[in-house]
Design a protein around this ligand. Structure first.
Ligand SMILES: O=C(O)c1cccc(C(=O)CC[C@H]2O[C@@H](n3cnc4c(=O)[nH]cnc43)[C@H](O)[C@@H]2O)c1
Length: 242
């Protein structure tokens, strides 16, 4: 099974790659550069070839990078991965969230009656769903919360915005900036998508001193260590059924 893992920045890619690196191997990423300047690193486990891509911050960058990589090689699965904001109390700092839905939370129109998602306006969609069995197994193996992950173009920085998002998405576990873009590119290629986020900060009032990026990157590496065998098993079945 060949999987494409899309992160926003190099530190996230290094975490994902180190989690997928067998213990006896030193972590020696040898990135290649794709058209567009995107860096991609290959990790091989028995039964799993994983390409880890640095796709940039935000849904548009993530979609462009993902589509570029998908046009150049044959994949069975696309994974959006990185750090994110966690909705309290369900997703504390350092915890993991696996998406049971990848939701474009600010793609739509503001109206006097409130936010209307683009799907209700009749232009496309706001939600992509991962394979339910894969998301459930991934969450179980990694100890993650299985919950919707919101994709936003603006990081939430106030209690009012956090409350608005929570009211519209009461089950949301995390917010980040790339998942839906990755999912759009995967869908355009007919591929399933998964999203995993390690919580670096709480969704709420801006407080840079409270970020725990190092802890989140370590949690992301642990998550990928646990995810590897799940991907191998899922890939064997998926490739057999294709
Ligand atoms: O300046 C700020 O207040 C601020 C707060 C949190 C994150 C940022 C970023 O610019 C990081 C964006 C980057 O990291 C992911 N991320 C991490 N935490 C969040 C979040 O709470 N909401 C949305 N995205 C987040 C995101 O996927 C980007 O790749 C700045």
């Amino acid at each position: 099974m060949r999987a494409l893992i899309v992160t926003a920045v190099a530190a996230e890619a290094d975490s994902a790659a180190s989690g997928l690196t067998p213990h006896q191997d030193p972590v020696t990423p040898e990135p290649r550069t794709l058209p567009g300047g995107y860096l991609i690193t290959r990790r091989d486990l028995p039964g799993l070839a994983a390409d880890v891509l640095v796709g940039g911050v935000g849904p548009a960058s993530a979609a462009a990078a993902t589509a570029t990589a998908l046009a150049l090689a044959d994949y069975s699965l696309v994974i959006s991965a990185g750090i994110g904001g966690g909705f309290a109390p369900a997703a504390p700092l350092g915890s993991l969230v696996v998406a049971d839905a990848l939701v474009a939370a600010d793609l739509g129109a503001e109206t006097p009656e409130g936010f209307v998602p683009v799907q209700e306006l009749g232009f496309g969609r706001n939600v992509h769903l991962p394979p339910a069995d894969l998301a459930a197994r991934a969450a179980e193996a990694t100890g993650a919360l299985l919950a919707p992950v919101l994709t936003v173009s603006t990081v939430t920085g106030s209690a009012a915005r956090a409350a608005e998002l929570a009211a519209r998405h009461p089950l949301a576990g995390a917010e980040a900036m790339e998942g839906f873009g990755v999912a759009e590119a995967a869908a355009a290629h007919g591929l399933p998508v998964l999203e995993i986020r390690a919580v670096s900060n709480a969704v709420g009032p801006r407080d840079r001193a409270a970020w725990r990026i190092g802890d989140a990157l370590a949690a992301l590496a642990d998550g990928f260590r646990a995810l590897g065998p799940v991907l191998v098993t899922w890939g064997e079945r998926h490739d057999r059924d294709r």
